[in-house]
Ligand binder design. Sequence first.
Ligand code: NAG
Ligand code: NAG
Length: 267
Amino acid sequence: MDAVVLAVLAVVGKLRFVFADKDDFTKVRAVNLGGWLVVEGWIKPSLFDGIPNGDMLDGVQVQLKSVALQKYVSAVGGGGGNVNVDQDAASTWETFKLWRVSDSEFQFRCLNGQFLTASNQDVISATTDSPGDSETFYIERNNTLLHIKLLNGSYLQVTNNNQLTSNHRSQPGWGDDMATFQMTIAANNLHGDYQLANGYGPAQAKAVLTEHRKSFVTGNDFFLLSQNGVNAVRIPVGWWIAYDPDPPAPFIGGSLENLDRAFYWAQ
Ligand SMILES: *[C@@H]1O[C@H](CO)[C@@H](O)[C@H](O)[C@H]1NC(C)=O
Ligand SMILES: *[C@@H]1O[C@H](CO)[C@@H](O)[C@H](O)[C@H]1NC(C)=O
């Protein structure tokens, strides 16, 4: 779900040398145009700034500590069975990978690949392999504090015997500790086209990416490169470019059109 496979394409253009030694086309002098047709969060972090709950992108790893018990939610054995709220420290069994459904709806994937589920009466377990409605939780947030709600309106809460249940029916307050969890973000290092498009949703992602692709690399850059003796460029593209203009969701079409412009500029 979060794999970004890079296809790499070299455009060896017929750029004219202006300042390079003679017309020596046997020498390739190339630059990499990264972060353009494949988004890299570290190259242009601001692309992600407008995403609501932007620290909870798809693939982010979180840990949940009960405010009342001061214990972490733990998928026993890494998933496949019970969930307890009994751990003093968080490690792999207590770390959940977010699958982001919308700005405020998430699924929690355990170490072994199962999802937290409300499908077994009142008690939350980690027994479902593919997530649906019973594995989708609505998040209400107050900084790092969370209330976690099912689609039927009930909230998760802890019990004094360290279970996680789904039968808190009224709206909890932030002082209502049994239904309040402290979230720690354990890893947040995936910032690619998938996270961007999934985070903004299709319409806004298209607007953000269209503007980025139009402005991040331009014909003027190619002119400057050629003036400075660069006669090749390497342009990373995503595998989804092969499906342009209609790549599989959530990827946004249009990178092929921009690659075509690069070929044109390179002539
Ligand atoms: C919602 O579903 C959960 C899980 O089945 C259950 O524990 C809870 O009581 C339900 N709430 C309502 C209001 O039906
Ligand atoms: C957030 O939680 C604090 C208590 O931890 C509370 O005082 C505050 O009112 C809450 N903020 C909102 C917007 O609910």
